[in-house]
Structure formats: structure tokens, C-alpha cells
Design a protein around this ligand. Structure first.
Ligand SMILES: C[S@@+](CC[C@H](N)C(=O)[O-])C[C@H]1O[C@@H](n2cnc3c(N)ncnc32)[C@H](O)[C@@H]1O
Length: 267
């Protein structure tokens, strides 16, 4: 992991920050966004729905499932509200470790993540492709009791791993290593809902190599990540269909949300 990030190159976490309404992005990311919007005009609304469902899942994991420890892998730039704020609003004793492999994300988190007297929120550098290192990391060991369940958030990060073998191996390793009764939450991009013409146009854009890695997966491919696990209701559905908040109706259709969500419980 580089200690001095190249701030002139496209940074996908900064671009995502632009999509979800943040302020931490540069002209490089805004140019990429402009091009993507020519093919996917609802991309920003889709990203915001992808973020909103993470907050709803965190709420229910804490309030309904009794989770008090959350590992957010591929956490992205700090956002308002962030995972620990939603969790600690329900129980101030909740503990959260944010993990990301982007050094810039680490810089921003270390400047903003707050520890509270009752709970904790820390950042740890790490790569989803090396789950063992994440679980053995200093912050994880200090903040969590790994004898108790942990909810792992894999929100909008697995589709950044293009190699299927690596993506499935990473999730398998987490499934093998997490304490019994832990949860996995996945938010994953799909092109299932797009017309063929749009799919072709997006794939052509990705193939230019100018907009970062992206591997949309089908419903069946996403199901494989959680095969054999108990799924929280309503199962694998679009971000806009996963326990929508009646007070905040979805800003986009299932087709334009381009996303599947699932929360699964480990035995
Ligand atoms: C699209 S953002 C998602 C942010 C947040 N999880 C959300 O859903 O709002 C994806 C983040 O995953 C990070 N990331 C990409 N590949 C990763 C990997 N192999 N391990 C850890 N983080 C990764 C990126 O740096 C980026 O910050």
C-alpha cells in the first residue's frame, strides 16, 4: 500500500463520494462521472440508494439482530451519517471498524473517526482480498471481541473485484473466519435490470480502462456469495426494495438502481 497517494489519478472512492453527495472529489473524478452519466443518467440516484440501504441494514442489524460490532470493509470516505453514528444512535456501546485499501480514505477517516466512551469507531488499513490480515489487525483486535458476532458490510466493494475467483475466495474466507451468529451484508452492482443496448454501452465504457474496475454480477452470481446461509427478509432484492423507508421513498426505479442487496446470517 503506497504511503503517498497519487492525487492526480482517478480515485474511485472520491468519485463515489461525488455520487453520494460528498465534497471530497476533484476534476478527474467529475470528468469520469460526466462520461458515465451519458450512458447511465441515473447513476447518482442509484449510488445514493446503494448508500441509503446500508444505513437501513445497519439500523436493523443493531435494533433487530442484536449486533454490536460492525466491520465495514471498503468503507469509502467518511460520510454523514456514517455507520457508527447510525449504530450508536441505537446503542452508544456499538463498536465499528472501518477498513479500506485506499490510503486517501485512511487519511480522511483518521481525521474524523471518533471514539466514544461507551463505543468505539476506528479505521484500519486493509484489503478485502486478505481477510485473515483484516481480522488479525490491531484495531480489529482492540475494538472487537471476536468471540461475539460481527456484522461485516461489503457495500459496493465486491463489484470492484473483477476476478471472480478472488471475489468468491474473499467472501468464503470471511464466512469461515467470523464468529458464529455473525452477519454478512452485500450491496452489489448488476446489469440484470438494464436493456441490452445500455449493457453494451456500459461494458464498452469499462473496457476503455479509464473509469476503474467494475464487475457487475447477475442475481445468481450474487446468490453464490451467500449460498446455504439464512437470509434476512426480504432476501436478495434491489436496493430500493430492501426494507424501504416509507418516509423516504426511493429516488429511482428497480431498473435504474442496478443493484442487489442481501443480508445473511452465518451459522
Ligand atoms: C464505492 S465505495 C463504497 C463505500 C461504502 N461501502 C458505501 O457503500 O457507501 C468502495 C470502497 O471500497 C474500497 N475498496 C476497493 N477495493 C477494495 C479492497 N480490495 N479492499 C478494501 N477496500 C477496497 C475503495 O477504496 C472504496 O473506498
Amino acid at each position: 500500500m503506497s504511503e503517498s497517494p497519487d492525487v492526480s489519478a482517478l480515485n474511485t472512492s472520491r468519485r463515489y463520494n461525488e455520487w453520494v453527495g460528498g465534497k471530497d472529489h476533484t476534476g478527474v473524478e467529475r470528468e469520469s462521472t460526466k462520461t458515465i452519466l451519458t450512458v447511465l443518467p441515473n447513476m447518482l440516484a442509484a449510488a445514493k440508494e446503494g448508500r441509503a440501504v446500508v444505513m437501513r441494514a445497519v439500523r436493523d442489524l443493531v435494533a433487530e439482530c442484536g449486533i454490536r460490532q460492525i466491520l465495514d470493509i471498503g468503507a469509502g470516505q467518511p460520510m454523514k451519517p456514517n455507520v457508527h453514528e447510525v449504530a450508536q444512535r441505537i446503542d452508544p456501546a456499538c463498536r465499528v471498524v472501518y477498513v479500506d485499501n485506499d490510503p486517501l480514505v485512511g487519511v480522511h477517516h483518521r481525521g474524523t473517526v471518533m471514539s466514544r466512551r461507551e463505543g468505539r469507531a476506528e479505521f484500519q488499513a486493509g484489503d478485502l482480498l486478505n481477510a485473515d490480515e483484516i481480522l488479525a489487525g490491531d484495531q480489529v483486535k482492540e475494538v472487537f471481541d471476536l468471540g461475539r458476532p460481527v456484522a461485516v458490510l461489503l457495500a459496493s466493494v465486491l463489484h470492484l473485484i473483477e476476478d471472480d475467483e478472488l471475489a468468491y475466495a474473499a467472501v468464503r474466507r470471511l464466512r469461515e473466519s467470523l464468529p458464529p451468529g455473525s452477519y454478512l451484508m452485500i450491496v452489489h452492482g448488476t446489469f440484470d435490470t438494464l436493456p441490452e443496448e445500455t449493457r453494451r454501452a456500459v461494458r464498452a465504457l469499462i473496457a476503455t480502462g479509464k473509469h476503474g474496475a467494475y464487475r457487475a454480477r447477475s442475481r445468481a452470481e450474487i446468490e453464490r456469495f451467500v449460498d446455504g446461509l439464512e437470509l434476512l427478509e426480504p432476501g436478495i432484492v434491489s436496493s430500493v426494495e430492501w426494507r424501504p423507508d416509507p418516509a423516504k421513498p426511493p429516488q429511482t426505479s428497480v431498473a435504474d438502481a442496478m443493484c442487489y442487496v442481501v443480508v445473511a446470517k452465518l451459522p
